[in-house]
Design a protein around this ligand. Structure first.
Ligand SMILES: *[C@@H]1O[C@H](CO)[C@@H](O)[C@H](O)[C@H]1NC(C)=O
Ligand SMILES: *[C@@H]1O[C@H](CO)[C@@H](O)[C@H](O)[C@H]1NC(C)=O
Length: 422
């Protein structure tokens, strides 16, 4: 069996490295990457397995810094790499990669997974169990978030906090840090976006404390905040004031015939003196005790697991996606135990290239806009805009149909992994 420490050492010496970092896996997609990654046969027999393009993308900060990009629309993608099995017990676990959605993604994922134990990489797909799923997920206007799913005792648990993701067409670095004190942080582009505890931000274990189910509100518990002012008395004769009074301005019409029309009475009008039913003034209740709450007690079903953060057999990293529009590019995958090392790697890759990438993107956008406006006959431009809009609507509908189909064909895929676009 390969000793993970020896691999770490080699990687450590061959990169700049901070003295203490253990690197379990690092992939910059340089020469030889294809020997390290296994393309799955998943969906191949249905001709639904998409091809990866080894490229720096249409816009980049360094044309030689390549990654792998989804290159066919309406395809499933599954690829994975193995590393020497390790446990993150008593270690910090850092999982980081960069992702760029060149296609102006309107529905699709950009996440990666860590798997444990033995995985048949040629069959890796949507229903392969995983330990961690992490990364951005976009669908329509409603879903623009960072997934951080932890598998505990065979169940996938979504993070309970919202972590918005980036939605532009540029590269971004996503970092997930899990520490031995059961705290975590999620960073985008080396900036912390969320942090907290595995105990409170996922429901991995039953809650530590619960409301005492036996507790009852005491009979004499006064939870009325306001009461009638006992000093306030109904004025004498208040109820005798009529709601309506005869209209004194009204006069009997000239042509009124008492014999035929009956005796004339003046019509009534609302009485300005009438103030509605009497209500006592409200005052603060001096005996108010606040809203009653059941006291919290220790949950008898809670059993602490000091190893709640531990994944004992991490061994594979994979990308498993469904893409309606292709163009998502992954690069600089890192699994290590040192957030500073990860930060440094992000600085030397993403940060170093980002301004040049932005400039290249702006240039590409300018060119695209010029081409579009020169194609358009100005007299016709309104119409073609409307047609474009229609085309996009169609896409969105297709997304939901296909995603729904995908959901049906993969019974075991958990709901949380599927985008349902409405
Ligand atoms: C791969 O990406 C490059 C750069 O965007 C592009 O020019 C090329 O056509 C792509 N190849 C395939 C097979 O998609
Ligand atoms: C693990 O899951 C099983 C089956 O769902 C359950 O019976 C058991 O209590 C769980 N154990 C822990 C530690 O959560």
């Amino acid at each position: 069996m390969a000793n993970p420490n020896s691999l770490c050492l080699i990687l450590l010496l061959s990169s700049l490295a901070l003295a203490s970092a253990a690197v379990f896996f690092e992939e910059k997609f340089e020469d030889g990457w294809e020997k390290r990654w296994v393309k799955s046969d998943w969906k191949k027999d249905e001709n639904m397995a998409g091809e990866w393009n080894y490229t720096a993308g249409k816009w980049n900060g360094n044309v030689d810094d390549k990654g792998i990009q989804t290159s066919e629309d309406y395809r499933f993608y599954a690829i994975s790499a193995e590393y020497p099995e390790f446990s993150n017990k008593e270690k910090t676990l850092v999982f980081q990669f960069s992702v760029k959605h060149e296609q102006k993604l309107d529905c699709g994922g950009g996440y990666m997974k860590l798997m444990s134990g033995d995985v048949d990489q040629t069959k890796f797909g949507g229903d392969t169990p995983y330990s961690i799923m992490f990364g951005p997920d976009i669908c329509g206007y409603s879903t623009k978030k960072v997934h951080a799913i932890l598998t505990y005792n065979g169940t996938n648990h979504l993070i309970k906090k919202e972590v918005p993701c980036e939605t532009d067409q540029l590269s971004h670095v996503y970092t997930f840090i899990i520490r031995p004190d059961a705290t975590y942080s999620i960073l985008i582009d080396n900036v912390e976006k969320q942090t907290g505890s595995l105990y409170s931000d996922w429901s991995l274990l039953p809650p530590k404390t619960i409301k005492d189910p036996e507790a009852k509100k005491p009979e004499d518990w006064d939870d009325k905040e306001y009461i009638d002012d006992p000093e306030d008395k109904k004025p004498e004769g208040y109820d005798d004031i009529p709601k309506e009074i005869p209209d004194t301005e009204a006069t009997k019409p000239e042509d009124w015939d008492d014999e035929e029309d009956g005796e004339w009475t003046a019509p009534t009008i609302p009485n300005p003196e009438y103030k509605g039913p009497w209500n006592a003034k409200k005052i603060k209740n001096p005996n108010y005790k606040g809203k009653w709450k059941a006291p919290m007690i220790d949950n008898p079903d809670f059993k602490d697991d000091p190893e709640i953060y531990v994944f004992p057999n991490l061994k594979y990293v994979g990308i498993e996606l469904w893409q309606v529009k292709s163009g998502t590019l992954f690069d600089n995958v890192l699994i290590c135990d040192d957030p500073d090392y990860a930060k440094k790697l992000a600085e030397e890759t993403w940060a170093k290239n980002k301004d040049a990438e932005k400039a290249a993107f702006d240039e590409a956008e300018k060119k695209r806009e010029e081409e579009e406006s020169s194609k358009d006959d100005p007299a016709d431009s309104d119409k073609s805009q409307a047609e474009d809009d229609d085309a996009e609507d169609d896409d969105t509908e297709d997304d939901s149909d296909l995603k729904a189909e995908a959901a049906e064909s993969d019974d075991d895929v958990k709901d949380e992994e599927l985008h349902v676009c409405f």
